[in-house]
Write a protein that binds this ligand. Structure first.
Ligand SMILES: Cc1ncc(COP(=O)(O)O)c(C=O)c1O
Length: 383
């Protein structure tokens, strides 16, 4: 019944269109900067995750070019075969030392790192407790894993405690993001760490949006809260301006993942030139404090200019959601801002809970005060 797939695809697409939730990709002609060009028209980009402004930096481009000259284009194999080379090993030890762990293991994306950890760690009879707003990669892996998954209310330590104390004494893993990607708020990590330690439970933190941005030298949420989780995931597509990810943990756990994390074992290692460039991005993050200072200034400016604008949520991060509620309305406002040269993508269900469609405004160290002023004025006038 080959036609069954065609019918399924076509009816699912129709449903999505009828619900007004169809998405399309936009071809960005030039874009990994605070400016992007679409159809020949230039916009100020308030929708990226390049918080520190590294993605388009000449310095980082040169580091990658140098890596290409030194190591060629591809890694040529998976890490346990012949794909693991000196720049990979160097990057892993730099990350481990910087973040205070025994070891780091590289992955090609944050999505695969999260899935690899949950799939290789959890067995039948285990309990997995996840914040309700965790990223799709964690939720999906939890649902497909043999463990029994429970979701605690967003950042609700009482609910987490209740779930933990009413669970049997099976091995349990608590997973939270450090900075929530769609809300820009921080997880109450210090309290969660106390609870997990009191309940003899492992804690895993996905710090995709905190690493590079928060904490001293940009070490992220665990530094910000002085908490060392059992497993930390950092990704390189946001603050690092590149792509890829690393899992940080103790030496034995690192050995376990290197043997059993299938997304690591059975996937071509990232190009060594990329690992070389990532080491350079790491040194820029460590040394170029001005990028974090600039983000803090722009963030204060954004919040003070918007004042108590309805739906605008104040955060300690460069992620500044403006909750609109209705998905069509969010699309309309996003389109109106685009007409004024301001790119703010509307985020709609199913990425976020229904009724909470929003503009997910993100700031970058490459924005200027004038960029922020233009955006806040436009939003205020539209509001
Ligand atoms: C919290 C979080 N974790 C993981 C990921 C996936 O990371 P990557 O883009 O490297 O696959 C994302 C990506 O948006 C994210 O927001």
């Amino acid at each position: 019944m080959k036609r069954a797939f065609n019918q399924r695809i076509s009816s699912t697409l129709t449903q999505r269109k009828q619900a007004g939730l169809n998405r399309s990709r936009t071809v960005i002609e030039q874009g990994n900067q605070s400016r992007l060009v679409v159809d020949g028209q230039s916009y100020i980009n308030f929708s990226g995750n390049d918080y520190l402004g590294l993605a388009g930096s000449q310095e980082l481009t040169q580091a990658w070019q140098q890596g290409l000259v030194l190591y060629g284009s591809g890694s040529g194999a998976s890490p346990l075969v012949t794909g693991y080379s000196k720049p990979h090993a160097d990057l892993e030890s730099q990350l481990a030392e910087w973040l205070g762990f025994d070891c780091a293991l590289l992955f090609n994306s944050g999505f695969s790192a999260n899935q690899a950890v949950l799939f290789s760690l959890l067995e039948k009879g285990d309990t997995l407790l996840q914040d309700k707003l965790n990223h799709a990669s964690l939720m999906e892996a939890g649902m497909l894993s043999p463990a029994s998954m429970k979701r605690f209310k967003h950042n609700d330590v009482f609910h987490l405690t209740k779930l933990l104390t009413t669970s049997d004494d099976s091995p349990s893993l608590v997973v939270t993001e450090g900075v929530f990607s769609m809300d820009g708020d921080l997880s109450p990590l210090a309290e969660i760490a106390k609870i997990t330690s009191a309940n003899n439970t492992w804690l895993m933190v996905d710090d995709a949006h905190g690493c590079g941005v928060l904490g001293s030298n940009g070490r992220g949420c665990s530094d910000f809260y002085q908490v060392t989780p059992d497993i930390l995931v950092v990704t390189f597509g946001k603050g690092f301006g590149l792509s890829g990810a690393a899992v940080l943990c103790n030496a034995e756990c690192g050995d376990y993942f290197a043997q059993f994390a299938r997304h690591h074992v059975y996937s071509t290692a990232m190009p060594p030139a990329q690992a070389h460039a990532l080491s350079h991005a790491l040194s820029m993050i460590q040394q170029q404090e001005w990028r974090r200072e600039k983000l803090t200034e722009l963030s204060q400016q954004f919040e003070s200019e918007l004042g108590s604008f309805s739906g605008a949520v104040k955060t300690e991060t460069p992620i500044k959601p403006i909750i609109i509620g209705d998905a069509d309305k969010a699309m309309e406002i996003s389109a109106a801002l685009k007409n004024q040269g301001l790119w703010t993508t509307a985020i709609r269900p199913p990425t976020i809970p229904s009724g909470t469609a929003r503009l997910r405004v993100t700031l970058s160290a490459n924005h200027t005060q004038q960029d922020i002023k233009q955006l806040t004025q436009a939003i205020t006038e539209l509001g």
